[in-house]
Design a protein around this ligand. Structure first.
Ligand SMILES: NC(=O)c1ccc[n+]([C@@H]2O[C@H](COP(=O)([O-])OP(=O)(O)OC[C@H]3O[C@@H](n4cnc5c(N)ncnc54)[C@H](OP(=O)(O)O)[C@@H]3O)[C@@H](O)[C@H]2O)c1
Length: 369
């Protein structure tokens, strides 16, 4: 089977310290300055991805070590150079297809320019992320006893690569879908372009807070580097599926809203006995803060393409082809990938926690009836 590489980057200062404990205690401005100049490197060797029918692939996580805000704020060409440098390292190790993690797939035109310049095909991994995100949202709805057909769903980041497709996949299952983003012109035009084809009522707004107050279901897929969903805005019993990386749901929600279910969208269980071994520090595992045997959906898409020997630039840019979302979802399922257990705020969600959340929502509803 083909081999892959996947470009990663730290989503926060905590990620930097998890990889390099020596960075602890150093000031954030110093860490940021170091990252600004740090060349890409091979961080982890990924082995043991094996399908039930015996196909196997291996690959490498190659770091382009810029923080999300740096990806957005540094000169575009410098960022592209860093990402392309990471892909070159992957190619040197034998990769035949490359995935773009988190903001490396957001910056600029969503991977199009990188793919034009890279020596191997490139994917953002957004098709499988979309499929996994929508599934996670409705799994959460089931857990909270929400009747989706009567629900209002809000997609924040609706004009984005992931959000736009999520709107179209969520719409057939709900009563009303609300599209949210900041750029009103783009939002209006996007809404106009899809409105007539949507099988439910739809509207759009740039006011996140007002939209979320009416929502039973919320999916966030934004490129925000700040929290955008606050506890005071959420409706009792709501489900929030957070696809955004870094996270954009305030951690105050965990403490202040026991009646709201927040779930990470886009975590997958990978078939086989996957291992992430650090390349520089022989014998040490690479820790990305995810449970063993799981990976992000965008990584999983890259792995599936390698397992299928489909070395092609599968998902790029905005305006994702829903047929591809369905195809990669089916290929992933055939290869033994499935939604990982539920998590929220970087921690596992137990059955007891979910039951407590549902009970708290029912209690609040009864109290206000
Ligand atoms: N979980 C996973 O496996 C996985 C995989 C891939 C990507 N991701 C993450 O998914 C997110 C979206 O990626 P993408 O490729 O779809 O990005 P994208 O195409 O750049 O879209 C971003 C969207 O967010 C909106 N936005 C940005 N800042 C906002 C804010 N403060 N408030 C409201 N809306 C805002 C943008 O519209 P405006 O600019 O008009 O606001 C746009 O609609 C990123 O965080 C990425 O890292 C996760």
């Amino acid at each position: 089977m083909a081999k892959f590489c996947f470009v990663i980057h730290p989503l926060s200062f905590e990620d930097v310290v998890r990889y390099e404990p020596g960075a602890k205690g150093k000031g954030k401005p110093i860490i940021a300055k170091i990252l600004e100049w740090m060349p890409p490197w091979a961080a982890a060797h990924v082995t043991g991805v094996r399908t039930p029918d015996g196909r196997e692939t291996e690959g490498w996580f190659v770091a382009a070590p810029l923080l999300p805000a740096q990806m957005l704020e540094m000169p575009r060409e410098q960022v592209y150079e860093r990402i392309l440098g990471a892909i070159e390292i992957g190619v040197g190790l034998g990769a035949e297809v490359a995935g773009l993690g988190a903001f490396t797939g957001v910056v600029g035109d969503g991977g199009v320019t990188i793919a034009e310049r890279a020596p191997i095909p490139v994917t953002t991994g957004n098709s499988l992320t979309i499929a996994a995100g929508v599934r996670s949202l409705f799994r959460g709805a089931d857990e909270m006893g929400i009747d989706a057909a009567r629900a209002t769903a809000v997609v924040v980041g609706a004009t984005g690569s992931i959000g736009g497709a999520c709107v179209e996949l969520i719409a057939p299952h709900v009563a009303h879908v609300v599209l949210v983003a900041r750029n009103e012109t783009r939002l209006r035009k996007f809404h106009e372009s899809i409105r007539d084809g949507l099988p439910c009522a739809s509207s759009y707004t740039t006011d996140i807070s007002t939209a979320v107050q009416r929502a039973d279901l919320v999916l966030t897929a934004t490129s925000s580097t700040q929290d955008i969903i606050e506890p005071e805005d959420l409706r009792t019993g709501a489900v929030v599926c957070e696809v955004s990386l870094p996270h954009d749901v305030s951690r105050r929600v965990a403490a202040e809203r026991p009646d709201v279910l927040v779930v990470e969208g886009g975590n997958m269980r990978v078939p086989g006995e996957m291992r992430w071994a650090r390349v520089r520090e022989q014998g040490e595992d690479f820790d990305m803060g995810l449970p063993r045997g799981t990976a992000l959906a965008c990584m999983s898409e890259t792995m599936v393409l390698a397992l299928e020997n489909r070395c092609e630039s599968y998902t790029l840019g905005r305006g994702i082809d829903l047929a591809k979302v369905r195809e990669i979802d089916a290929l992933a399922e055939r290869a033994g990938f499935s939604l990982a257990d539920m998590r929220a705020f970087d921690l596992p969600l137990s059955r007891e926690q979910i039951a407590r959340t549902r009970a708290a929502a029912e209690e609040r509803r009864a109290a206000s009836a």
